[in-house]
Design a protein around this ligand. Structure first.
Ligand code: NAD
Length: 257
């Protein structure tokens, strides 16, 4: 990873931040993108204090806004001249409700961020990678991108779309040295998942968490650090031939019948 230029969206916390820690420890140059400016600032400070000599910048952007996506891509090229890896990770869960009762505005917001945000990112990063004849893209789907998840229709729709767009990017741009894959995390304990357990059991979210963990073949929730390690492989030139895959990282849970 030494000196590779990697953009990470949703970098301020959760899976984005965990990957940033992993990649920073391996010497990558990082462009941290998030719409939460305060959390982004804290994230950059923490990464810099943990990694001597880290070369990183942060850019505030909402990934659902095409102009802001163009801007973070342009600023990266201005600063570093290239983009080796793109961790297209920012996303939200939305609220939980049955399909027929789902709030339409929240539905559209989930699609704007999780689907359009991932699309805009690839739309503007891929031309830069084409010129280099090299690139690695890791999109973030979900187990909800390969299975249904109760009460999360727009999330499931958006994550299936991420998996589909990953296949298309892979077959259209493999010829340019660009490998595009998606990861499909199960329940990994990040702020987003902690919030979901609050919705399942507002009085005792920890009980909801323990109950959920019992369903997993490993009897545990995932650790963001494990996801960071998978991303680090897929986004590096250690990955020479994996292209167009959606790789579950879920303790095996999506195999349960
Ligand atoms: P999180 O809420 O802990 O962190 C998400 C980060 O993305 C935050 O810093 C947030 O500010 C940022 N973000 C959200 N919307 C944004 C936008 N429009 N523009 C810019 N930044 C934005 O969530 P997480 O658990 O780390 O999830 C990261 C990704 O992983 C999401 O796409 C999520 O759907 C996916 N995922 C997570 C899990 C899990 O178990 N944690 C499972 C499956 C998929």
């Amino acid at each position: 990873m030494k000196n590779k230029v990697i953009i990470i969206t949703g970098a301020a916390m959760g899976l984005g931040f965990a990957a940033a820690e992993e990649l920073a420890s391996k010497g990558a140059k990082l462009v941290l993108v998030d719409y939460n400016e305060d959390a982004l600032k804290d994230a950059l400070e923490k990464l810099s204090s943990n990694n001597n000599g880290l070369d990183a910048i942060s850019i505030k952007a909402d990934v659902s806004d095409e102009e802001q996506v163009k801007n973070y891509v342009n600023k990266t090229v201005e600063k570093y001249g290239r983009i080796d890896g793109f961790y297209n990770n920012a996303g939200i869960e939305g609220r939980q409700a049955p399909l027929t009762e789902y709030d339409i505005d929240i539905f559209k917001k989930v699609i704007d961020i999780n689907l359009m945000g991932v699309y805009y990112g690839m739309r503007y990063v891929i031309p830069v990678m084409q010129k280099q004849k090299y690139g690695r893209i890791v999109n973030v789907a979900s187990v909800g991108g390969i299975r249904g998840v109760l009460n999360q229709t727009p999330y499931v729709a958006s994550k299936h779309a991420v998996s589909g767009m990953t296949k298309n990017a892979a077959i259209e741009y493999g010829k340019d040295g660009i490998l595009t894959n998606a990861i499909a995390p199960g329940a990994i304990l990040t702020p987003m998942v902690a919030e979901a357990f609050k919705q399942v059991n507002p009085d005792d979210p920890k009980a909801a968490e323990a109950e959920y963990a019992q369903r997993n073949p490993t009897r545990a929730l995932g650790d963001p650090k494990d996801v960071g390690k998978l991303v680090s492989f897929l986004i590096s030139d250690e990955n020479g031939y994996v292209n167009g895959q959606t790789i579950a990282i879920d303790g095996g849970e999506s195999n349960l019948y």
